[in-house]
Structure formats: C-alpha cells, structure tokens
Design a binder for this molecule. Sequence first.
Ligand SMILES: Nc1ncnc2c1ncn2[C@@H]1O[C@H](COP(=O)(O)OP(=O)(O)OP(=O)(O)O)[C@@H](O)[C@H]1O
Length: 680
Amino acid sequence: MDVNDSIIHIKGIGTAKEKLFNILNIFTIMDLIEHYPITYEDRTQIQLTNEVVLGSKALLKGKIITSPEVRKIRNNLNITKAIAQDESGQFQLIWYNTPYMKNSIVLGEFYYFYGKINRTHGQIQIEMPEYAEINNNKKIFGIFPKYKLTKGLSQNDIRKSINQVINNVDIDDYLNNDLVKKFELYELKQAYKHIHFPESYRQLNTARDRLILNEFLETQLAFKYMKNEKLKNSNALRFSINREVMTKIDRLVNSLPFELTLSQKNVLDELYEDLRNDIPINRLIQGDVGSGKTILAVIMLLICHLNGYQGVIMVPTEILAEQHYKYIESLFSRLEIKANIALMTKFKSSKTRLETLSKVSSGKYDLIIATHGVIQRDVEFLNLGLVITDEQHRFGVKQRKQLTNKGKNPHVIVMSATPIPRTISLSLYGDLDISTINVLPAGRKPIQTYCVNTTYRNRIYKFIDEEINKGRQAYILCPSIEINEKLNSAVEIYESLKKGIFKDVSIDILHGKINNEEKEKTMRLFYENKIKVLICTTVVEVGINVPNATIMLIENAERFGLAQLHQLRGRVGRGNEQSYCMLLTDNKSNTVQERMNVLVQSTDGFYISQRDLELRGPGDYFGFNQHGLPGFKLADLSKHQDILLTANNIVEYIMESGNKDIEFKILDVFNNKLKQISMN
Ligand SMILES: Nc1ncnc2c1ncn2[C@@H]1O[C@H](COP(=O)(O)OP(=O)(O)OP(=O)(O)O)[C@@H](O)[C@H]1O
C-alpha cells in the first residue's frame, strides 16, 4: 500500500463513504494517517460503582445478577435491561432496540462495560454501554482515540480504516537510523502507529513528539534552504559605506540629543556587515517599545539615499507616517541633507495622488514615507534600493513581498516592536536574519503599572491633574469611539471631562473617524505640549512618540490583549521622567486578573509576549494564515518550544553533514504540503 493511494483501496470504504472522508479533507492514505485524534478516551482504569462521576464516561467491571429482559414500549421501541454488580454496588444496563443483547449477556458472568453514567430513581445506569468479556477485553480497555467526524461517519469507521492501513503501508522515514538513534526518536512508522493506538501515555507522548518534530523540521529546513538559495542567487545591490557616507552618518548621529545605545550600535554593525560583504540585507530588527528603532531606519534610509537609490518605509497608520515624515525632514534639513521626501498617506484628491506617483516613478522623490497604499499596483519606483516595513505583523509577508517586488532585489528591513519570543521568530521569520535591540536607552525608569476598578476613577483624575501641573501630559485611552452601552467611549469621556475636572485644562480627542487635517492638528498640538490630556482610541497604539507624556490611563482594559496593552503602555515611559499606566477594569474574572497581573509585574515585552502566547495561544495573532506556512497539525509554538529547538539542531546537523538526500526528501514533503495549501 502506498501513502499516496486513494482511500478507496481500503476495505470497507466505498464511493459513498469515500465522499464522507473527503469532507474531512481525507483523500489519500497519508491524509487518513495524518487525521490525528483530537483527544483520547482514558479507559485504563476500572472504576467502582460508588465512585463514578455522573454525566461522565466510566469503565466498570460487573457480574450480571438479573437476566437481561426485553420489553416492548411501543411499535418502534424496545428496551433491554439487566443489572450488574461490583464490589461497591449495583448498576443498571440499558440498551434500546438491541434485543439480541438478551442472548449476548449471560447471567452470572463478568463483563466490562463502558459508557456515560446517569442516575434514575437513585439507580446508577449506563445507557447503550460498549461491553467486552473479561478474557477478551482488547476492544474496550486502553487509550482510545477520538477523531473529528462528519455526519454519517462514526469513530469506529475511522478507527477501523486507520487500523487497517497502519501496519500495511510503506512509510519512508526521511530521518535515517543514525539520526533516529542520535536524537532518541521513534521511527516515523512507529510514531504514526502509536499516535492512533497508544498502549500507554508514554508511548503516546513519544509518538506525538516525533510527529511535532517533523512539522518543525520541514519548515525550518525549508527556511534555511530558501535563505541559502537567496544568498547564492541574488546579487546584492551595492550600497557603499565609504568615508564620505560615514562622515554624513556621523554628523547625523552627533546631531542627536542622545548617544546611541550599545545595542543600537550593534544592530547597525550587523547591517553594515551585510553591506560590506555584499549580502542582500534581509533583516528583522526587533526591539521593545521605545527602544529606539526609528533612528536606525533613518540611518539606513540615509545610506540608501547617498548611494543614489530610492528608499521607502511603510508604516501601519497615517499618524505614524506623519510623525516619521516630520522627524526625518527636520533631521535632514538641519544637516542640509538634500533629499526629496514624500509622504504617501491618504491623498486629498486623485490628482495630487497621480502627481505624487509620477514623481516617485520618475525618481524625483528620493525617500517615501507611506502607509499600505504604497503597495498598490500603479505605484512604481525608478530605482528602489531599500524597503523598510514597520510593525510587520500588521502587514504580513505577502504585502512585504508586494512592496519588495517593486524594485530589483532591494535590501529589506522589517521592524517589529512586538517582541516575539525567539522560538516564534525562528518559525515565522526564518527567512530573515534577526537583529535585536535588547536594552532601553539609559535613564528610562520602568513604568509603574496599576490595575484598579472604577471606584478609583476620581483619584486617578486627580493624579493626572497633579502630573499636568508638573508639566507632563496624559493619554486616556478608550476601547470605543462612540457612546456604547457596555464600554466607556472616547466621546463620552471627553464630553464629561472637559466640562468636569479638566475644564481648565487643554484637552482634546483623537480617533479614527476624525478627518485627517484635524487629526494632524491635534497630534501636532499634543507633540508641542499644547494639549495636556488626549482622549483617544487605539489610533495611538503603535509608534507614537511624545516623550513628555507620562500617564496612560486605559479604560476597559479587559478588552485588550496583553501584547496590545504592552504596546499602548509603551506610549509613555519614553523620556526620563517617571511614567505611570493605570489599567481600569471592573471585570473580576480570574483570566482577566491574571492578564492584568502580568502587566503590573513586568515591563519586559519579551516576557509579556511569551505569557500572552501561553494564555491565549498563537492563534491568528501572528497572522499564521497570512504567512502561508503549511499549517501545523500538532505543533503548537506556545507549548513545544523545546521540540522546535531540537528541530533546529537536527536541521543544522543535516545541513552541516552535507547529506543532500535527507535534505531533499524533507523539502519534497514541505513542497507537497505547500502545493496542497495553494490548492485548497
Ligand atoms: N540611544 C538613545 N538614548 C536616548 N533616547 C533615545 C535613544 N534612541 C532613541 N531614543 C529616543 O527614544 C524614543 C523612542 O524611540 P523610537 O521612537 O525610535 O522607539 P521605537 O523603538 O520605534 O518604539 P515603538 O516601537 O514604541 O515605536 C524617541 O524619543 C527617541 O528619540
């Protein structure tokens, strides 16, 4: 039997059943084998009648003490009943429309029974139990797989089909004997067998680990392979960092009101190193909120410009694009660096848009600061040399590629403020090199975070007032814009505060429905410290940089995910003053409190994202679907990081050993999965 054969070759599967299996995406024998159980029924312990839990399933052993009797209730219903007994009590067995049970169960004999436990009139009952004779207990005793079903297919249909193929199919293990022994793994065939029919939990876990390892191995190896191929095949655009360029960079750096941190310098060195070695830059720069990624982007854009290429930075929000635009303009004009910089967000009219596009395509604009509109088809560049995307997880690999394809092999930098645990970044950004800014600029004080209920509201407002009197500013962040029954809306809070406690304070509101000019004006006034309290929504979530703001009050904090709260909190604590974050929530549930506690106790983005992952799983938070990776059936990045690391070790071992045979076999499996995904 070949793994690629259709399931129609399996005994018991005809065309009607085949269609049902197809609904579950099972077409070939391999699909069937990889239709892993979603859970297992534990039938390893025999329970006593007096210790069963009502409503759950149990395995009982009992002696039949009343002869099974069949009673006809009505035309289409008859019931067979018998009573069995174990050392702790009696239980009743009930079968519907199964009169032959009368002859299957014998008075005075012992049997195993398995089924859901009820109680009627004080009597423990099992309806329609599965049963087995004492000396033939295999079909009832053990760890039983339970599968995802579809209407018309039973657990037994799937179990029987898998059981039939699992011993007869040829399975080619791409890891050879040496590797299997070296890394103490199950052979693949053994793993497939035991994940479906384990004889012990130990067997089940070892089998599962081997299959998870395979899933990781395939993606890791494919990534490494793609990266190597990219290096071999692409000619890096030559960006020279000669003395003249270095002098300009030094002037830029010296003009800053701070010194670069060692961590920032290290990341720059890694980027320069790529350029010096003629390696196309393909790098993820990750650094916690406020760690100073922007200036690195600016330096790279300067290098690109000095080398005569166009550079683009794509960011997720208009406000952030404007902020970057102003920052770069002011830095460059102070240093008399002559670069034409375009801001490409929402255009006032299609005419201005076309004018801008034509200046981009003719090379009149050197640097472009843009939101995602820049990936549209009609946006063309003359000679795009550098693509920077900020806040990668909002865009996804596809959009990054769309932008990159607008040039011939431009250098690529991805910046992420969402700290991604190492293991995740290995899996998601395996095709990128990773640089990490791992320290915050000196002088930053950890943000003090408190989680309180709304009875503290007035006290917090008073505290904000005191901070304003010291010259500071505050954000009050709301989950919704307009009046909403359940949530505190920005409009409502704004109206009540400007008439109430902050009536003598300059206070304004910012959200997505406000027109661009207004937004820009409000943000400018906030930057200039002319607005003291900004009521806002998550439009400020990423990148906004107002170092003088020291308070972030978050309404209905329970509505936000941990990583998002960390981002929002990161809008304060960006200067040298002590900053505060107040998480306001009346939700007392354990899960909410647990989430809030993570933030209260830690300001370390890497730790927080790790906890976030554990508390809610990777899900589509990281946009797995967008990434187009073959879905993991068993592997879960939040739980199986140790296996992922083993997978990495094995991949390195294989690649170093130069065993192309194994390498290609694994790539084949990966490619087949990719093909299947694109077909689905
Ligand atoms: N080495 C440094 N020393 C002191 N301040 C710095 C340093 N580098 C950057 N900064 C300042 O720190 C603040 C935050 O930097 P930046 O906006 O680049 O952060 P970021 O990494 O982009 O964070 P986020 O992801 O939250 O946007 C800015 O005001 C910036 O000028």
